[in-house]
Design a protein around this ligand. Structure first.
Ligand SMILES: [Cu+2]
Length: 118
């Protein structure tokens, strides 16, 4: 009996863990695209997530090749989409860091880069 209940418990834990992982807001795509090169400095960065996110605790920071913040700090959230306007920041590698709070109250974060210029 004990081994059966342990197996049932293990199965339940697996199901719960898998369900929770599915429910997190993960980065679906971005513009400029992750790892991509664009000719001119973009005027904004937009991220799309795998579920809707909450505006209050969600943010994006963007730094240019010199490590300077080029985002305005005023991210806009609509549904599963978050975007932030950028100041012109020259060419080179840009770093994007994002933090979001999804509707299921889980926080996730991540980062990626894109290239500007030749
Ligand atoms: Cu979640």
């Amino acid at each position: 009996m004990k081994s059966i209940s342990l197996a049932a418990l293990a199965f339940l834990v697996l199901v719960l863990a898998t369900g929770a992982a599915d429910a997190h807001a993960l980065l679906d795509r971005a513009e400029p695209r992750v790892g991509n090169r664009v000719a001119a400095p973009p005027r904004e960065v937009t991220l799309w997530f795998t579920q809707n996110i909450r505006p209050v605790f969600s943010s994006i920071t963007v730094t240019n090749a010199a490590g300077e913040r080029v985002d305005t700090g005023k991210a806009q959230v609509r549904g599963n989409q978050m975007s932030v306007p950028l100041r012109v920041g020259g060419s080179g590698t840009y770093h994007v860091n994002w933090h979001v709070l999804s509707m299921d109250s889980h926080t996730t974060n991540g980062n990626f880069t894109f290239q500007v210029g030749q």
